[in-house]
Design a protein around this ligand. Structure first.
Ligand SMILES: Nc1nc2c(ncn2[C@@H]2O[C@H](COP(=O)(O)OP(=O)(O)O)[C@@H](O)[C@H]2O)c(=O)[nH]1
Ligand SMILES: [Mg+2]
Length: 360
């Protein structure tokens, strides 16, 4: 970024008009410094990221929340996470601000009580979908205010980690029902829970069967193929799609292995290390959520899922024909609006219009 760096100016080849002085721009203008400006702004603002864990009771959801917070990237224990994990009885969010190299991340993980534990599981997904839509509604109500906050607090769920029981067979009808609904509302990353109960061959066969089930039931989990923006996205995301659902193991206990302190599960025959790729794929999940796809998960949430919700709500309230300045939303409807599935059109339309709205 040397300001003195010279580059040939396209102006120099043009004939100069007699009135204007000949173009003197020969050198480097510094457009790439915009990236630095964005970085400084983003670092000041910090990032908000919200994850939700969903699945039947006993699959290790609450343990995974602890694992995420205690694993190497964060190494912190938010209040309440240090004690033994009780059974989750209601939706509960844990937030912690994590700082690494000056970058602040406000990470919220929402734990849900096991669903499908009853004899009659009719509508057992309502509280989960209700919570997700409630966060969209909150955001919408803030967004439509004439005098609105410069930065709207974002509690929308950016990613839902869905725990599949390690049966080794295939997805259960209940999993399919819920996944179909969830994928229309939120980004979903399925994982094989308690993967230490399966052999490596069983994990692989189970993964393939789940992938087949997802395809035959048209369940589009994250990263959705239709949102790959270029060949690089397609190459990276294809590799991820091939490994999803990740076979994960969770633990909030630390053990000493070869002089290193590791998060793991102690068994009679050894320690299963959570952050060891030879033992399980927790690292793939964490890298997808934080390292490689955090911003994309947020973008798809905003440009596709939230946009679908917003359009449905505005249509319901019959406000669209009155023009973009007129908003008069009815109070929250009792049920979630029936949003269409992910739509590339929506995402692009939103991207064209929201540049000045997004704070980061
Ligand atoms: N074998 C095994 N047990 C696990 C794993 N994760 C959690 N557990 C155990 O499963 C039990 C239920 O875990 P919990 O996190 O409360 O499950 P939740 O009901 O889904 O929140 C606890 O005894 C955990 O120690 C795992 O990956 N493998
Ligand atoms: Mg729990």
């Amino acid at each position: 970024m040397d300001p003195l760096r010279q580059s040939p100016s396209p102006c120099s080849s043009r004939p100069s008009s007699p009135k204007t002085p000949p173009c003197e721009i020969h050198g480097y203008v510094g457009i790439e410094d915009v990236l630095d400006q964005l970085k400084i702004k983003a670092m000041k603002m910090g990032f908000e990221f919200n994850i939700m864990v969903v699945g039947q009771s006993g699959l290790g959801k609450s343990t995974m929340v602890s694992t995420l917070f205690k694993s190497k990237v964060w190494k912190c224990t938010p209040p309440g996470l240090g004690m033994p994990i009780p059974q989750t009885l209601q939706l509960k969010s844990v937030t912690h601000v994590v700082e690494e190299k000056g970058v602040k991340l406000k990470l919220t993980v929402t734990d849900t009580p096991g669903f499908g534990d009853q004899i009659n599981n009719d509508k057992c997904w309502d509280p989960i979908l209700g919570y997700i839509n409630e966060q969209y509604e909150r955001y919408l109500q803030e967004e439509i205010l004439i005098t609105r906050q410069r930065h709207i607090p974002d509690t929308r769920v950016h990613c839902c980690v869905y725990f599949v029981p390690p049966t080794g067979h295939c997805l259960r009808p209940l999993d399919i029902e819920l996944l179909q609904r969830l994928c229309r509302t939120v980004n979903v990353v399925p994982v094989i829970a308690r993967a230490d109960s399966l052999t490596l061959e069983e994990r692989e066969a189970f993964r393939r069967r789940i992938q087949h089930n997802l395809r035959t039931h048209c369940i589009e989990v994250y990263p959705q193929k239709c949102f790959d923006e270029d060949i690089n996205d397609r190459i990276l995301n294809s590799k991820i799609r091939d490994r999803i659902p990740f076979a994960v193991v969770g633990s909030d206990q630390e053990y000493l292995v070869n002089g290193r302190c590791v998060l793991g599960r102690k068994t009679k025959w050894g320690i299963i290390e959570v952050e060891n790729m030879a033992h399980c794929e927790f690292l793939l999940l964490r890298d997808l959520l934080i390292r490689s796809h955090l911003q994309d998960l947020k973008d798809i949430t905003h440009n596709v899922h939230y946009e679908n919700y917003r359009v449905c709500r505005l249509n319901e309230s019959h406000v669209l024909p009155r023009g973009p300045c007129w908003v008069n939303l009815a109070p929250t409807p009792p049920g979630p609006p029936v949003a269409p599935g992910p739509s590339k059109v929506c995402r692009q339309a939103r991207e064209d219009s929201d540049d000045e709205e997004d704070d980061y």
